[in-house]
Design a binder for this molecule. Sequence first.
Ligand SMILES: [Cu+2]
Length: 131
Amino acid sequence: MLKIISAFRALTAAGALTLSVAAYAAAADYAFEPVSAEIKSGKGSEVAVRLINKATGKPVSGAVLFRTQLDMSPDGMGGMLAEHKAMPAEEPGVYKFHADLSMAGGWALKIMAKVPGEADTVQGTVVFQAK
Ligand SMILES: [Cu+2]
């Protein structure tokens, strides 16, 4: 009986491991990239990212970017945040924001998103240069 139980436990553990690896691979199939890595410093700057499916190379529409942070971590100022507001989508797979960038330099948009058909949260960090 003990042997059967431990065999079952081993099987369950192996199954759980396979599942989590598969889920990770699926979320990693997506990437956020800058529409243009160079943006304007100042108020109302346009910050846009494109979500692509890495397997097909195609843009992915309909994602919900439920959490975003825009900060200057690329220039060692992770505590420096910028107010930003989501704008209506105009192009498939492109997610646009208006941001008030108080300083020129490197800005990172950190994103957590729900993608249609993907159970796991997709995360991304996109770096921009404000001039
Ligand atoms: Cu700064």
